[in-house]
Design a protein around this ligand. Structure first.
Ligand code: SAH
Ligand code: SF4
Length: 353
């Protein structure tokens, strides 16, 4: 009989586990096994990144979205959502402020907002790279054509975040309206990788209708896709969506998955997400102690932060960028880690981290 301790050892060594073994590991873990899992994940992470945590400055530049994902507060059918768009000047000013605060990666995220044409996005990316050549730029603006992705890349974008959300087609249909498909989502991820981006995929933990089998499918999908980054956080309901009455994902499930992903993809850039910090005041610290190595403080102007609400209860909506930066530094130092002022590229790229 294999024990969970043994399963964790095998997972670390082989970077995978047979499906039924993985299922058992994720189903039930004692406190002792959990501690062991977290320690293994942190050890593996420190082999590649030492005890450094990378910061990404997140600019949420538009709360308009043409999509209607059932779980998200920005969905187009949510008539109560407050919509805003930042101008190019405002976005560049946020990026400048981020640079001053020591961020060397700027993440531009938005709903899928056709107001910003490819030319606009290219100008934005090039504008940031021009002013701050030592910064990486990450885009997270949803599903586009391969040509668009190529144009942003040629304009200087380095990374792209696009969660698959769930790799099971039926579950994908349960979470999204019919015009969205997992096939196109995966097509986007394949295009991004082929073009040369550092690519991040990921899921919401505990999303409505999610079963253990869906999670297993996602883990094996990620193992096959080999992303550079994985964004996972708990699903949190938003009151003005069809899933308003659903339960949130749990801290424990999210932490277990962070550790398992670290062991499957040792070099991966793995954020302790704002959603995790929302369901638990020490969620991000716990995430780092489970093997995460990235945090993404908010750089958006404080006047619009409370309007970019994917889910209820989002933290830090009243803070200024400098406060978030300082707060993260303190939190990370408090658990014996150190904030690294660098681009924080995927370590398989070679060069300095
Ligand atoms: N529009 C882009 C980027 C913004 S949404 C896109 O969809 O890719 C970024 C991520 O927020 C989504 O991938 C989703 O996983 C997450 N998200 C949306 N609604 C959420 C909710 N209710 N709880 C937790 N995460 C959510
Ligand atoms: Fe739009 Fe992204 Fe929200 Fe879907 S998850 S509604 S694409 S912002």
């Amino acid at each position: 009989m294999t024990s969970n301790m043994e399963r964790i050892r095998i997972l670390r060594k082989e970077k995978t586990l047979a499906r039924e073994e993985m299922r058992i590991l994720l189903q039930s873990m004692t406190e002792e096994e959990e501690t062991f899992l977290f320690r293994q994940a942190c050890e593996v992470c420190s082999l590649y990144y030492r005890k450094a945590v990378f910061l990404r400055g997140l600019i949420e530049f538009s709360s308009y979205c043409r999509n209607d994902c059932y779980y998200c507060g920005l969905r187009r059918s949510n008539s109560r959502a407050q919509r805003y768009r930042l101008s190019a000047e405002e976005i560049l000013a946020c990026a400048d402020q981020g640079y001053e605060l020591g961020f060397r990666t700027i993440v531009l995220q938005s709903g899928e907002d056709p107001f910003y044409r490819d030319d606009d996005l290219c100008r934005l990316v090039a504008g940031i790279k021009d002013r701050h050549p030592d910064c990486a730029v990450t885009l997270s603006v949803g599903e586009k054509t391969r040509e668009s992705y190529l144009r942003y890349f040629q304009a200087g974008a380095d990374r792209y975040l696009l969660r698959q959300e769930t790799s099971d087609p039926a579950h994908y249909r349960y979470l999204h309206p019919p015009e969205l498909s997992i096939e196109n989502r995966k097509r986007c991820l394949d295009d991004l990788k082929e073009i040369g981006y550092q690519v991040g995929c990921g899921i919401m933990v505990g999303s409505p209708g999610q079963t253990p089998d869906h999670i297993l499918d996602d883990l094996y999908y990620m193992a096959a896709f080999q992303p550079h980054m994985v964004g996972i956080g708990p699903f949190i309901p938003h009151r003005d969506t069809p899933f308003a009455k659903e339960k949130s994902g749990t801290v424990a499930d999210t932490l277990h998955l962070l550790s398992v992903i670290r062991l499957m993809l040792p070099m991966v850039l793995l954020p302790a997400t704002t959603a995790l910090g929302t369901i638990d005041p020490r969620g991000r610290e716990k995430g780092i102690l489970a093997g995460a190595n990235v945090v993404m403080p908010n750089l958006s102007p404080s006047g619009v932060r409370g309007k970019y609400l994917l889910y209820d209860g989002k933290i830090c909506t009243g803070d200024e960028a400098a406060e978030c930066r300082h707060c993260m530094e303190m939190r990370i130092a408090g658990i014996g880690y150190e904030v690294k002022v660098s681009r924080g590229d995927w370590c398989g790229m070679g060069g300095m981290q």
